[in-house]
Design a binder for this molecule. Sequence first.
Ligand code: IMP
Length: 437
Amino acid sequence: MSTCMVLVGVQWGDEGKGKIVDVLCEHFDTVVRYQGGANAGHTVVVNGRRFILQLIPSGILRPGKTAVIGNGVVLDPDALLRELQALKQAGVEVDGRLLVSDRCHLILPHHRAHEVAAEAARGADKIGTTSKGIGPTYEDKAGRRGLRACDLQDEQTFYRRFKEAEGSWRPEAAGGQPGGDALQQAAVDYYQKARLITPFLTGVSAYLNRQLDDGKRVLFEGAQGTLLDLDHGTYPYVTSSSAAAGGAATGAGIGPTRIQGVIGVSKAYATRVGSGPFATEAYGADGEKLRERGSEYGAVTGRPRRCGWFDVPAARYSARLNGLTALVITKLDILDHLAEIPVGVAYEYEGRTLDDFPADAEVLENVRVTYRTLPGWQQNTFGLTRFEDLPEKARDYLDFLAAEVGVPVVMVSTGPERHQTIWRQDHPLVRAWAQAG
Ligand code: IMP
């Protein structure tokens, strides 16, 4: 029987999904990205070697697995080619193992220019985007004027559509557009590179549905995190795509009824890059210590991440939105030094406890968080591989998170390498995986 699972970030991205996908891959045939673009940075360490994958699913690092980029992804051909080159240099054989949807929208030069200008115009209110042209590309998609990968098939049509698309933005907003010959040259330069991706293009929906019909095991890999989801995240401080599990269906062309389970990945604490509300943010020495111990710097932008404590109301909201069936907790070892660990368990706003995650970013910005302080274990957990070997207080901490969020913890990551992972062998889901091979 086929298996179809979605893996998502429970928080604001950077939960360590790349490593978890790499570990889970062993049990799947195909790994699929369904949204976002080169704004993501999935760090995977294999035999001491560090790979940062921005577009290609981490499944590519496992021989014999197929990596798929679904139609919901916005594609920067140059970024894809650079990534392919880096994999090739590292000796990773990609040929025949990467498929890219011919319906992916293309990130064009004006998208990046426009994003930089739009962020500058927002001043102190900026989103803190990754400057990869993600938002404006999705704007063009929704505005029905975008270019898609299938438009690369015919050179002359591509030039015409490129010029139309570039010209559709107000020149002053994008910091000045090239016109005439310069625009023609920009189109030619873009096409010369972008056409190199055409051998990877295919109808991904048909491929994936065939795979599932044939009893194959398919894993969907969310980028960013649920709280950055365009509809459900901390709007407007979000990314422009559907990062939550529902995005997998539209972003790859499979029916929602195909999905059998959703795995949520969360750090044992919390981080966020860019602007926007972060109720359990830790300021001063506490936050700095987490950043330093967890090496919390953006994989794509190098920006220091804001750090804080596990946020139960946010995780519960995320569990509900995604229909989480399993939880994976990463970077547990980063908390090893602490005598006490605060966990945010409720939000209070204007004197009353909120019963749901607020829609309004300004409300979230001003909630008062109720904390529960749990005892730390102050022992080394780095690299442990068996649940029984964890200090009792670390196990209690994990049990507490699972009970509060209402989702079982099936896996714990205790370091960046594949083997630094604890599977909860006692959990039926894990046993079912093991049986399925
Ligand atoms: P954009 O996706 O570049 O438009 O950025 C929108 C927001 O999402 C900003 O706050 C970014 O910092 C954040 N963001 C985008 N991609 C990631 C990611 O992969 N990890 C964490 N934050 C991200």
